[in-house]
Design a protein around this ligand. Structure first.
Ligand SMILES: [Zn+2]
Length: 219
């Protein structure tokens, strides 16, 4: 009987307080809805995608000027080695170049250095330019006779002594193989050697070996 009494008490309690209960339930429901709304809303705002693209600083590649090095840097190539034409066509060497040793001078009757190569040839043979250049000097002196000097540029000069009357003049541009004058005995310091060309090579005003430029010999 006691249980039935309790049940009735509970029923009575609900019956008496039904409005409060409904109200509390409604309040709880509203509170729950607000909570859900807040949570979802917060979540929503967090997940809102950022429309600004970070690092969007792409430069227009069209405005970039590539380095222009064409024509600024000279192309460095090894120069072609200079090879002389034999300065007396068909000539033969009668006295060798000898700056490091002494050779007998039949004219001066003594051993001397020889600053060039002497070439003999047929009667009236012409001395010719060993390489293209500009005639820089035409002169005469008793020792070396008629002398033609050709400037080839870059300090390279060839000297042609013991010539007959030169057939070129100062300032004239000559090609390799071009006639300069007939070989002769005009160089009195070598006159007993007969008609010949005394051929010298200078680099920056210093006597150098003609063999540096001639394909004959191996000195
Ligand atoms: Zn000589």
């Amino acid at each position: 009987m006691k249980g039935k009494a309790n049940t009735q008490k509970v029923k009575a309690f609900f019956k008496k307080n039904i409005y409060y209960i409904v109200m509390v339930v409604c309040i709880l429901a509203i509170a729950a809805m607000i909570t859900v709304a807040v949570v979802l809303g917060g979540k929503s705002s967090v997940e809102t995608p950022d429309t600004t693209i970070p690092g969007d600083v792409t430069e227009d590649p069209g405005t970039v000027t590539p380095p222009d090095d064409s024509g600024d840097t000279p192309v460095v190539t090894d120069p072609e080695p200079i090879v002389f034409t034999l300065p007396v066509s068909g000539g033969t060497m009668i006295k060798d170049y000898a700056m490091d040793s002494l050779v007998w001078s039949s004219t001066l009757k003594q051993y001397r250095v020889h600053s060039g190569i002497d070439f003999a040839g047929a009667e009236g043979a012409m001395a010719v330019a060993a390489y293209e250049g500009v005639v820089s000097d035409v002169s005469y002196d008793a020792l070396n006779g008629n002398v033609v000097t050709i400037d080839h540029g870059d300090g390279l000069v060839t000297v042609y002594g013991s010539l007959d009357t030169p057939v070129v003049s100062e300032g004239q541009t000559v090609a390799a193989g071009e006639s300069l004058g007939a070989i002769s005995t005009s160089a009195t310091n070598e006159m007993s050697d007969g008609s010949h060309l005394h051929f010298e090579v200078k680099l920056n005003n210093e006597i150098v070996s003609p063999y540096d430029y001639l394909t004959i010999g191996d000195k």
